[in-house]
Design a protein around this ligand. Structure first.
Ligand SMILES: [Zn+2]
Length: 324
């Protein structure tokens, strides 16, 4: 399904739909299991990095298989959207629409304003012919996510959003209010340090910008990218089992919970599941050096991701029970 109905309900209900990226079978199984057990709608995201890694055709059919898998798990009416994450050209978005994706993102946020509008409008006009919904972006996020790299970030300008949404016809809008891609969302000099634990404490999100955007576009679906919280327990497991992730830091979950209650109705989480996977794999390999069957470490990694996704759905997004 596309995102239209999902978002309308989420805006009304004061919760957010999880948007989880997937690159492999274990990750997809974990997402579907967590959503089936909590009856949460879900957006499965495919980034350009995922397409290069796993092949677009294979991912498309995996997503189709996921719907059947969800039903096998006892989820009678699964609400699953297949979404292109960070499409950067009209051609890529068109190919995903033609290929059966139910939603696409066109990310023209690095372009000058008028060019972003022109590109987004072109994608919207094509996608809407096939009832495919379109996410656009205004403002620039910092951080690194697959092919998306930005050195400089700037907040979305609330005075632009009405003009942008009206002229492009986009269905949802990703905005920049201080979230960031990757596991290193902030430089140590942007943070303070907790005197007890020595861990970095990130700067707060710009809720004033979010509130201004909401005032300009009441009820319009807003999207947050780069919203992993980088759980320190995973960072610690990784670092004590041969890893090296110094000062990895994310967005505190209480801030995301607050955002989910507002017009934010899609929250993208990717790095946290990478951390859960890596922590579980490192632990098994460190504790059982003789292990060489990938199922013996990918299995625990999958279990850990199920736990993580359920936690996000229930404790952060509030989307549990919304797709009975
Ligand atoms: Zn993103």
């Amino acid at each position: 399904m596309n995102t239209r109905e999902m978002f309308a309900k989420a805006v009304d209900g004061g919760y957010a739909i999880p948007a989880f990226n997937f690159n492999n079978m274990e990750q997809l199984q974990a997402i579907i299991k967590a959503c089936a057990e909590t009856k949460s709608p879900v957006i499965l995201q495919v980034s350009s990095g995922a397409r290069k890694y796993a092949n677009q055709t294979l991912l498309r059919y995996m997503a189709e298989g996921a719907v059947e898998y969800a039903k096998e798990l006892g989820w009678e009416h699964p609400q699953i959207c297949l979404h292109l994450d960070h499409g950067d050209t009209f051609e890529l978005c068109k190919s995903c629409v033609d290929f059966g994706f139910s939603s696409v993102m066109i990310d023209g946020s690095s372009l000058p304003y008028e060019e972003n509008i022109a590109l987004t409008k072109k994608v919207v006009e094509y996608a809407h012919q096939y009832d495919v919904t379109v996410e656009a972006e205004l403002g620039v996020l910092a951080g690194v996510e697959d092919d998306v790299v930005a050195e400089e970030s700037h907040y979305t300008k609330p005075e632009e959003v009405i003009d942008f949404a009206t002229r492009t016809g986009c269905d949802s809008l990703a905005i920049s209010i201080g979230t960031s891609h990757g596991a290193y969302k902030f430089k140590p000099e942007q943070c303070t340090r907790d005197p007890k634990t020595g861990k970095l404490v990130p700067p707060p999100l710009a809720f004033d910008v979010l509130e201004e955007v909401e005032k300009k576009l009441p009820g319009f679906p807003i999207v947050l990218h780069g919203s992993s919280s980088v759980p320190q327990e995973y960072v610690d497991i990784i670092n004590t089992h041969g890893g090296n992730l110094p000062d990895a830091v994310g967005i505190p979950e209480d801030q995301l919970r607050k955002a989910a209650k507002s017009a934010v109705c899609k929250i993208n989480i990717d790095s946290d599941s990478r951390l859960a996977f890596t922590a579980a794999v490192r632990k098994v390999l460190a504790e059982k050096p003789g292990e060489f069957d990938p199922r013996k470490y990918c299995g625990p990694a999958r279990d850990e991701m199920v736990k993580l996704y359920k936690h996000k759905i229930i404790e952060v997004l509030g989307s549990d029970g919304k797709a009975e």
